[in-house]
Design a protein around this ligand. Structure first.
Ligand SMILES: NC(=O)c1ccc[n+]([C@@H]2O[C@H](COP(=O)([O-])OP(=O)(O)OC[C@H]3O[C@@H](n4cnc5c(N)ncnc54)[C@H](O)[C@@H]3O)[C@@H](O)[C@H]2O)c1
Ligand SMILES: N[C@@H](CCO)C(=O)O
Length: 326
């Protein structure tokens, strides 16, 4: 019997509970893919008395430090900045591999965490942080490593797309669409994350860093959210055969040997037949242009428990393989 790879899960919310369920349901599959079983040693939560569907209550713990100290792989899906950073740093210093879905943490502290991980010789994987189930980080960083990416643009925030789609296709007044999105659970706990383009800004920073290796920060993003839009803007767009979308973009400018990376998140009125205009409801689309590959289009679910867990578990399998091969 091979030694199990010990996994510490930090957080059992929408994403964490889905990861925990899949680890149990598909244990045989992961064991075959890794070459060793994945053992979920515990799940750190704030309240251990709360029942989480499909998550063994015996695994719930409050002492996240003690949990991290037992792990070969730390999976951070609790969100937030300071606590998540402390625990990830602890895991890295212990020599654990780290997987996270935390886009804001990475947008703020990604380079420092990556430097720490490189120093410790461990991986820090974050495919789920950008567009959840849609594999985009690996595409721009690894699959296109032999090419030159020239631009990236997309609908990377499902919540605002849901709002804008309701207005454009169903004729719901803008304020009403925002309210409905909140009621249906489409908006983050702090809705300004979505509505002011902060979530999209974090995602485009992560993609641009992955594509160009440039030391970009959130301050480099020219950002405008959707809160300044009015019903008149939607009527004008529609009268001109256009659809308003919140578009996140990254492109290079300046000398070819020393290109500058420009970043923006802003509402744009797009022609109806533009590929980005096709994103319906909460879906995401990304268009990547590269010198040799030409135009690549990735489309799918950019949020949701199971969808995000798909990307987290993909990173977990790769991280666990590094553990077994070390
Ligand atoms: N939900 C999505 O569709 C989605 C998609 C992509 C990325 N993400 C990212 O995944 C992460 C988790 O998202 P979620 O939707 O599951 O959030 P959530 O709010 O549903 O769950 C967070 C969990 O972490 C726990 N937690 C938070 N702070 C904690 C602390 N200090 N100590 C112990 N437990 C703590 C909470 O109790 C909860 O169980 C976030 O970083 C989010 O940005 C989410
Ligand atoms: N609020 C985010 C969740 C997934 O990152 C979105 O709507 O895209």
């Amino acid at each position: 019997m091979t030694t199990p790879v010990r996994v510490a899960l930090l957080g059992a919310g929408t994403v964490g509970a889905a990861v925990a369920r899949r680890l149990v349901e598909r244990a045989d599959l992961y064991a075959a893919r890794v070459g060793s079983p994945l053992e979920l040693v515990g799940v750190a939560v704030r309240d251990t008395s709360r029942v989480r569907d499909g998550v063994d209550p015996a695994l719930l713990v409050q002492d996240a430090e003690a949990l991290v100290d037992q792990a070969d792989v730390v999976v951070e899906v609790m969100g937030g900045l300071d606590r998540a950073r402390e625990l990830i740093e602890r895991g890295i210093r212990n020599g654990a591999q780290v997987v996270t879905a935390n886009k804001q943490l990475l947008a703020h502290h990604g380079p420092a965490l990556e430097a720490l991980a490189a120093e410790a010789g461990v991986g820090l994987d974050y495919e789920a942080a950008v567009m959840a189930a849609i594999p985009v980080v690996a595409v721009v960083r690894d699959s296109l490593a032999g090419d030159v990416v020239t631009s990236i643009s997309g609908i990377v925030n499902g919540s605002t797309n849901f709002v804008l789609d309701l207005v454009a296709r169903k004729g719901v007044p803008f304020e009403e669409a925002v309210r409905l999105a909140g009621e249906l659970g489409f908006l983050e706990a702090d809705p300004t994350e979505d509505l002011e383009g902060l979530d999209a800004a974090a995602k485009i920073v992560l993609l641009a860093r992955a594509a160009w290796g440039a030391p970009l920060t959130l301050a480099d993003v020219q950002r405008r959210g959707i809160t300044g839009l009015t019903d008149e803007d939607f009527r004008t767009a529609s009268a001109n055969g256009k659809v308003i979308k919140l578009v996140a973009s990254a492109w290079t400018s300046g000398a070819q040997d020393a290109p500058r990376v420009e970043l923006a998140v802003r509402p744009v009125a797009l022609p109806q037949d533009d590929p980005l205009a096709q994103a319906r409801e909460g879906s995401n689309v990304l268009i990547v242009e590269a010198e040799s590959a030409g135009t690549l289009r990735l489309h799918g679910a950019g949020a949701g428990g199971d969808e995000t867990a798909s990307a987290v578990l993909g990173d977990l399998v790769r991280a666990a393989r590094r553990v077994t091969r070390a």
